[in-house]
Design a protein around this ligand. Structure first.
Ligand code: CP
Length: 322
């Protein structure tokens, strides 16, 4: 693996999931692979799970880790080519990415969508600039439009918990007071399309995701109908895509409740966290034995570890070094 900024960097999801599950059983099996190698993580936005699980993953492989909250502690970066930098930005990403690359072997970046400029977000201005100018492999810790490490952890969790060959998986929108990015939903849709599942998305009208991502996926606007026979309910809020970045609905009737879960096939509940209790999901659902949210968070370590391992193996290969 040369980089991991999108689910399209996965060549075989089944192999990646199987190997991640093997790593989970024996996390220190490759503790020498990352010796004298460094992971730098740059955070433009807050994190709990991504930061700690990726650090743990790197440490399990014997890597050193350096972390910077770049939006608080770094210079304001410029991303435009040819700009006259007489305003807020002090350093161009061209230099920053090359400089940081000299301090590490893998560079991981978290940079959320701004949700004001659709073109800029969907062109992945920040992470693509780092991919362009860094001289080491780049990993996404959630970008403007995707969260591929979360999606891989979700695929691992699904593989570990499914009891039939082709489970029904429902991605359900739920209300939230703030406008949230599409990243988690987009990557979940993409990774569901890489496996044998009966996949349905349910959301209020107006909350359609990018049709380039949802092409061929069943959309059911009636949440109750979508939940029928579901084996997994994956819940996430996202803001509108077409009328970009808006909160058009806070309809409490879309919250995930115990009563709605009773209309499923004893479905497992999934959410990437953090989650607003009793806004997105009722306490009774998230605290139930069918809730997988803590397992999902645990699998973030092994999703990150398999990705870092594959990148290290690629960088270490004799062909690459030659
Ligand atoms: N799910 C997830 O990415 O969590 P954090 O934002 O806490 O990293």
């Amino acid at each position: 693996m040369k980089k991991y900024t999108n689910t399209s960097d996965i060549t075989s999801l089944a192999n990646l999931v199987d190997e991640a599950i093997a790593l989970k059983k024996n996390p220190f099996a490759f503790e020498s692979l990352g010796k004298h190698k460094t992971l730098v993580m740059l955070f433009f936005n807050p994190s709990l799970r991504t930061r700690l699980s990726t650090q743990k993953a790197a440490q399990n492989l014997g890597m050193e880790v350096m972390i910077m909250n770049i939006s608080h502690d770094g210079w304001v970066l410029e991303f435009e080519d040819g700009s006259i930098m007489n305003n807020a930005s002090s350093e161009h990403v061209k230099e920053a990415a090359q400089v940081v690359s000299q301090y590490c072997d893998i560079l991981a970046i978290r940079a959320f969508a701004g949700l004001t400029n659709k073109e800029e977000d969907y062109n992945e201005k920040v992470i693509n600039a780092f991919v362009q100018y860094a001289t080491v492999p780049v990993v996404s810790l959630e970008s403007a439009t995707g969260h591929p490490l979360q999606a891989l952890a979700d695929a691992i969790t699904l593989a570990e918990n499914k009891v039939k060959q082709k489970p029904k998986v429902v991605l359900s929108w739920a209300p939230h007071p703030k406008a949230l990015p599409h990243a988690v939903a987009n990557s979940f849709v993409e990774i569901m399309q890489l496996q044998d599942v009966d996949f349905v998305i349910t959301h209020p009208k107006g909350y359609e995701l990018d049709t380039k991502i949802t092409e061929g996926v069943m959309i059911e606007y009636d949440q109750k109908k979508a939940f029928e026979n579901a084996d997994f309910i994956y819940t996430k809020n996202w803001s509108t895509f077409n009328d970009y970045g808006k909160v058009q609905s806070q309809d409490k009737n879309w919250m995930i409740t115990q009563q709605k879960m009773q209309g499923t096939n004893n479905a497992k509940f999934m959410h990437c966290l953090p989650v607003r209790r009793n806004v997105v999901v009722e306490d009774a659902v998230i605290d139930d034995k069918n809730s997988l949210v803590i397992e999902q968070a645990k699998n973030r370590t092994f999703a990150a570890q398999i990705v870092l391992k594959r990148i290290l193996e690629n960088s270490n290969s004799p062909l690459k070094r030659a």
